[in-house]
Design a protein. Structure first.
Length: 277
């Protein structure tokens, strides 16, 4: 049984999700159906992934009730203006062929455009209309969070950020925790920079009899991060999912956190300057 994490709005999410980027078409549907069969119940997509329709198709093909599956999508930068944000979410619902989203996030703050406050107000209003159950953000810094909270009084339920052993985001995790925000991790392994062969990971994997990737995902769980791994391979999906029946020691968690690099970002995606259209 996957533990659930309670959000600040009273809703809850599974402690692990399934990422869908860059899966599309039949490959996406097959991979998502496999993940749902294994037991994943939180599916993460976005307008800019171009696969919302595929996610919806997989949900319908799974045979599971809609209420048994939670779907996250994300608002792109080009839709930050209030009316555009409203329309964007309505179009996401149409592509997914669902009546509501369980979680919707502002994908990036795009601070030079300066409309993320409008986007946040739109998500607040859409939640009031019942089209979204929980609202949050992605890649927001302490300053971005402070602005939307100060202006609206509404605290995001989730902040999904780049977070992996090379870039453990200790400061932002603490900021989120202080504000009552759940931190989700995109690219939780670190893609090509995943430290699968580092002694800190390999030693723990050998002690526990698990795969190195499972150790990294368990590290996320134990530091309070909700990871969103992606794999189209059913065996890897199952490995990624089976991380709740073992535990790392405090020293193992610390050793993995110590793999942090000065700037461990995967592609230089600094939210203060990165622009996502």
């Amino acid at each position: 049984m996957v533990p659930r994490v309670t959000l600040n709005d009273g809703n809850s999410l599974p402690a692990i999700g399934f990422g869908t980027y860059p899966l599309r078409g039949d490959e996406a549907v097959t991979a998502i159906c496999s993940a749902l069969e294994i037991g994943y119940r939180l599916i993460d997509t976005a307008v800019n992934y171009g696969n919302e329709a595929d996610v919806g198709r997989a949900v319908r093909q799974s045979g599971l009730a809609r209420d048994d599956i939670q779907i996250t999508s994300k608002l792109p930068g080009r839709h930050h203006a209030y009316d555009d944000a409203i329309r964007s979410v309505e179009e996401s619902l149409q592509r997914l062929q669902v009546d509501y989203l369980d979680l919707h996030l502002i994908h990036w703050p795009n601070p030079s455009v300066g409309k993320y406050l409008q986007a946040w107000q739109a998500l607040i209003d859409l939640r009031e209309r019942g089209l979204i159950r929980s609202i949050g953000v992605s890649n927001f810094t302490q300053a971005h969070l402070g602005r939307i909270i100060d202006e609206t009084g509404v605290v995001p339920a989730v902040n999904q950020i780049e977070l992996h052993p090379r870039f453990p985001q200790e400061h932002m995790r603490a900021v989120d925790t202080d504000l009552g925000i759940i931190t989700q991790a995109w690219s939780p392994m670190g893609k090509a920079r995943a430290p699968l062969d580092e002694p800190a990971v390999l030693d723990a994997a050998q002690r526990l009899g698990v795969a190195p990737g499972q150790v990294i995902l368990r590290w996320h769980i134990q530091i309070g991060s909700l990871p969103i791994p992606k794999s189209a391979d059913p065996q890897r999906q199952r490995e990624n999912f089976d991380v709740f029946d073992f535990a790392l020691t405090d020293s193992e968690v610390s050793a993995i956190s110590a793999l942090a690099e000065t700037d461990g970002r995967l592609f230089g995606g600094d939210p203060d300057v990165h622009e996502e259209m």
